[in-house]
Write a protein that binds this ligand. Structure first.
Ligand code: SOE
Length: 379
């Protein structure tokens, strides 16, 4: 029989739902030797924490995250709260010897990320940052294609993450639903929230980024703050575009904005290599575009690979070929990988240390946007 692992969830928002769903589903589809047992959820408001606990099957609820850390039966702490709270909770969880799954971005900046890395490494606790898009089967397949050398030398990595939900000046900053617009809670705007996903995948697919040159803009300069009730200056970047050079000599081109009218969550990337190119689009997440110049010229063209066959990443665990899966499954794959590795004492990527590299690229991007110069990424 499977060993149980008690989970303490800190947060009850959108991400806490994706992670809780993953814990509920993972053993139905994956043979992992640990079964999550949802022990306690923590959130600011008691009624909401209780409602969340009842809906998802947590045995208890609290409004004090320290109670989660103090509960000796809890072995895995899952951090799904605004970015400015990640560090304090992770440091306490590491000290208490808990495994940690932390939502992205790991920290507010590289210096804070380093503190978190040192804490988990000193405590020797399992640690993972939730960059879930790595575990969309088509995105994982892209990594396999690159590692198999199908693309050959890589010349270009191009990624976008486009949204349009903050265009209205009436959208407030701060509070439960809109803390991502409050610099104190989020650290940055689209750079830490959206480009961090693109950077994580790019580092995984294409190796380290050496230098960046960025520009950012804050289109709506002040917004009502949902917590203070006052109109306050907006401190986040609404849009960010940057160029970069990868260590392997390839060039990168990244754009993110919350002002691209018509796009809800259009995360796309395209990678161009000497022999082949690949492309992916979150709005059509089960497909991988692939062009191979080595094909016979009369049939050569872009293929749209339907990533649903059993020999494709993760897909052998789902339905039958042709039947696709979606966004929430990336979190189930993440839980499966984390729990499977945890049982064997192996790390799961991206660890805090690997996610610190993303944080350092974000730091360099923001510094470059501020002073208008190329910045070297700290290593
Ligand atoms: C913001 O709108 C957001 O929810 C991000 O915080 C997530 O990380 C991204 O996956 C979808 O968009």
């Amino acid at each position: 029989m499977n060993k149980k692992i008690k989970v303490g969830m800190i947060g009850y928002g959108f991400m806490a739902r994706t992670h809780s769903n993953a814990y509920c589903q993972v053993n139905h589809f994956f043979d992992v030797p640990l079964t999550p047992s949802l022990q306690m959820v923590c959130g600011l408001e008691k009624d909401k924490a209780e409602a969340f606990a009842r809906r998802w099957g947590y045995a208890s609820w609290t409004t004090d995250w320290r109670k989660v850390i103090e509960d000796d039966t809890i072995e895995l702490v899952d951090i799904c709260v605004p970015n400015n709270l990640h560090a304090e909770i992770a440091l306490a969880a590491a000290k208490a010897g808990k495994a940690i799954l932390c939502e992205k971005p790991l920290a507010l900046n590289g210096a804070q990320a380093l503190e978190m890395v040192q804490a988990v490494e000193k405590a020797k606790v399992a640690n993972l940052v939730s960059f879930n898009y790595r575990r969309v089967p088509a995105v994982t397949l892209a990594k396999q294609f690159i590692d198999q050398g199908r693309l050959g030398r890589i010349f270009h990595y191009r990624a976008n993450f486009l949204q349009d939900w903050t265009i209205s000046a009436d959208v407030p900053q701060g509070g439960d639903a809109t803390w991502r617009l409050d610099a104190k809670a989020a650290g940055s705007g689209v750079t830490g929230d959206l480009l961090a996903h693109c950077i994580d995948a790019a580092l995984w697919h294409n190796g380290p980024i050496q230098s960046v040159c960025a520009m950012t803009e804050t289109f709506v300069k002040q917004r009502l703050h949902a917590e203070t009730g006052k109109v306050e200056p907006v401190g986040i970047d609404d849009a960010c575009t940057f160029l970069c050079r990868f260590q392997n000599g390839s060039l990168g081109n990244f754009e993110s904005t919350r002002y691209a009218r018509g796009h809800k969550a259009l995360y796309t990337f395209e990678i161009n290599g000497e022999h082949a190119s690949i492309g992916w689009d979150l709005h059509d997440l089960h497909r991988l575009s692939y062009f191979d110049h080595r094909d016979e010229s009369i049939t050569r063209g872009w293929r749209s690979i339907h990533v649903t066959d059993g020999d494709m990443p993760y897909m052998g665990r789902w339905w039958v070929p042709g039947l696709q899966i979606g966004y929430e499954h990336s979190f189930i794959h993440q839980a499966a990988d984390f729990l499977g590795n945890l049982a064997q004492g192996k790390p799961t990527s991206p660890t805090f240390r690997e996610a610190m590299a993303t944080q350092r690229v974000c730091d360099a991007v923001l510094a470059s946007a501020k002073d208008g110069t190329w910045q070297t990424v700290a290593s």
